[in-house]
Design a protein around this ligand. Structure first.
Ligand SMILES: Cc1cc2nc3c(=O)[nH]c(=O)nc-3n(C[C@H](O)[C@H](O)[C@H](O)COP(=O)(O)O)c2cc1C
Length: 376
């Protein structure tokens, strides 16, 4: 797919930035800021960004530009890119052009990398710093691929490596560094870890309230108590992640943890309008809006296919033959997808509510009147 002019070409920025190599987020003309001044700068930077509360979590192959814009149009205040591999990103032009695109409406933006080598991470980060608000380090990926590649949550066994990654970015980039972590089984270990990150120069911390072994988000509830303890122990802004399925969860989570904002992932894939509440949302219309954004901001078809499946999952359960037709298309086209949505419209509105993860129970009240009751 060809990139269009509305999509940022970040080579231009790289060239521009290389003219000011000695300044950074934490430096002044006299040297580096004191730790207290760094924290104050981190806090005022966050406030200048508008202290975003409702945030699209990083998702490989799923938090790409058109999806981020869709979520922003429906209530999200900020968004993470999918995790990018720092070594491949710094070496491979094709990977960069395909896996990272952005545009002027795509702010505030966190660009996330996985890494285990500070120099390589810095090289990758320098290529994006002019078109994002934070460079984020993925310290939470628990997948086998992260174990093999020695990154993500497997660096929790190598805290000095993590410290060197954070310090490298904090003292060399023009934008602040953020981190996304998982918790340790032991609370004190988690608090020591979070404090170490803050001391190393991390300006913003997202805490996924599950341990490295709690991979299945549907099976393990996120530990909001641990997130609250981290929030209380740190001075930098802290974001809570895990179990944000609808706006009631947002309210409960912010109250419970005291966090500065929340990240949502899986539930947002089913309902990209989650942060707008659930009023009058039809997933079919959201799919059309998403496809239009994909025409404007091209992305690989595998991402589009994945979103269509997730957004229309409930419809496909009711009309499985439409899903089969989709699965039989080895090569997708926009024409086919728009047609498919039209077919779903023609099949009528007998779908369960288009309310993402909210289910309805229908029962009869004492007068025999059917009552619909949403359950979370
Ligand atoms: C499809 C998918 C891809 C993900 N990719 C990333 C990623 O690239 N980086 C990351 O830090 N976390 C990634 N995650 C984890 C989420 O950001 C989030 O931490 C996790 O799903 C818990 O949030 P939830 O309970 O709202 O789903 C991914 C999750 C999903 C479902």
């Amino acid at each position: 797919m060809k990139l269009k002019s509305s999509v940022v070409n970040f080579h231009i920025f790289t060239k521009h930035l290389s003219t000011t190599p000695n300044s950074s987020f934490f430096s002044t003309s006299d040297g580096y800021l004191t730790r207290d001044a760094q924290i104050n700068k981190s806090l005022s930077y966050w406030n200048q960004l508008g202290a975003p509360k409702l945030i699209v979590a990083p998702m490989v192959d799923n938090s790409e530009l058109p999806f981020r814009i869709l979520c922003r149009k429906h209530g999200a205040h900020a968004a993470y890119t999918p995790m990018l591999h720092s070594r491949i990103f710094s070496e491979n032009n094709k990977y960069r052009l395909q896996e990272f695109t952005t545009c002027k409406e795509d702010r505030p933006l966190f660009v996330q990398f996985c890494a285990n080598d500070p120099e390589t991470l810095l090289k990758a980060a320098r290529r994006v710093e002019a078109c994002c608000d934070y460079v984020d380090i993925n310290l939470g990926c628990p997948q086998r691929i992260a174990r093999r590649g020695n990154y993500g949550a497997f660096l929790m066994d190598k805290l000095p490596v993590i410290k060197s990654l954070v310090e490298k970015l904090a003292y060399n980039l023009h934008v602040p560094v953020s981190c996304k972590i998982r918790i340790f089984p032991d609370l004190q270990d988690t608090l020591n870890y979070a404090k170490m990150l803050e001391d190393a120069g991390c300006s913003l911390l997202a805490v996924h309230g599950r341990t490295r072994d709690e991979k299945d988000g549907k099976k393990f509830r996120a530990n909001w108590d641990a997130i609250r303890a981290v929030k209380n122990a740190l001075k930098i802004p802290v974001l809570a992640n895990g179990n944000i399925r609808h706006m009631d969860d947002v309210k409960d989570c912010l109250e419970h943890t005291g966090a500065d904002g929340v990240l949502s992932a899986e539930s947002l894939l089913e309902n990209p309008a989650l942060f707008a509440g659930f009023k009058n949302v039809d997933q079919r219309d959201l799919v059309v809006e998403y496809l239009q954004l994909c025409e404007k901001y091209p992305v690989p078809w595998r991402m589009i296919r994945s979103h269509v499946h997730k957004m229309l999952g409930e419809w496909f359960r009711v009309h499985p033959h439409v899903r089969e037709d989709l699965n039989n298309q080895s090569k997708l086209t926009f024409e086919f997808l728009y047609d498919m949505v039209n077919r779903l419209h023609e099949l009528g509105d007998t779908m369960p509510l288009c309310e993402g993860t909210i289910l309805e129970t229908v029962y009869e009240d004492k007068d025999g009147v059917q009552v619909r009751c949403a359950e979370s």
